[in-house]
Design a protein around this ligand. Structure first.
Ligand SMILES: [Zn+2]
Ligand SMILES: [Zn+2]
Length: 161
């Protein structure tokens, strides 16, 4: 237990020293702010990750699946790539006169992506109105296009050292 992290009233602390002997077992702990305190070992809790925490992911995934289905249904089960719009993948789509004609099938499901070029973390929280359905090819082409634009607007140095 030396060097282990425990929770003291919900805050992580590290046990540095443990004293054995008669009476209450005391430990020297270091709190997150760096301060060190001697206190009884009793009352410290094991951090949560050591106990299995069921059913945190399933509801989130189900919610995301619902949202995805909702967007695909709203978009009529068809890829929403249109040339000349911000979500155009850049391919000409001549046979659809600028519209991509790919439809949603269970074997090749449509991707649901943010209408605007934003970070994936923020895209996960978007309402259906800010999302559109795209087929796999358009999705991939659009991602490549966005990545290129992003690199132009935010120059990244090759190396720092
Ligand atoms: Zn498409
Ligand atoms: Zn396209």
């Amino acid at each position: 237990m030396i060097g282990r992290t425990y929770l003291e009233r919900g805050e992580p602390v590290v046990v540095l020293i443990r004293w054995n002997g008669p009476g209450p077992r005391n430990v020297l702990i270091q709190r997150a702010d760096g301060s060190k305190v001697v206190r009884p070992f009793r009352g410290l809790r094991r951090p949560k990750e050591e106990t299995p925490m069921p059913s945190v992911n399933p509801p989130t995934n189900a919610k995301r699946r619902d949202l995805q289905a909702q967007v695909i249904t709203r978009d009529g089960g068809a890829c929403q790539c249109r040339t000349g719009t911000p979500t155009a993948c850049g391919r000409p789509h001549t046979c659809g006169a600028g519209r991509c004609l790919t439809r949603h099938t269970p074997a090749a499901p449509l991707h649901v992506v943010a209408r605007d070029d934003i970070r994936p973390e923020s895209a996960a929280a978007l309402p259906p109105g800010d999302l559109i359905a795209l087929c796999d090819s358009c999705h991939r082409a659009l991602l490549t296009r966005r990545r290129k634009t992003r690199n132009r607007t935010v120059p990244v140095p090759d190396a720092l050292f």
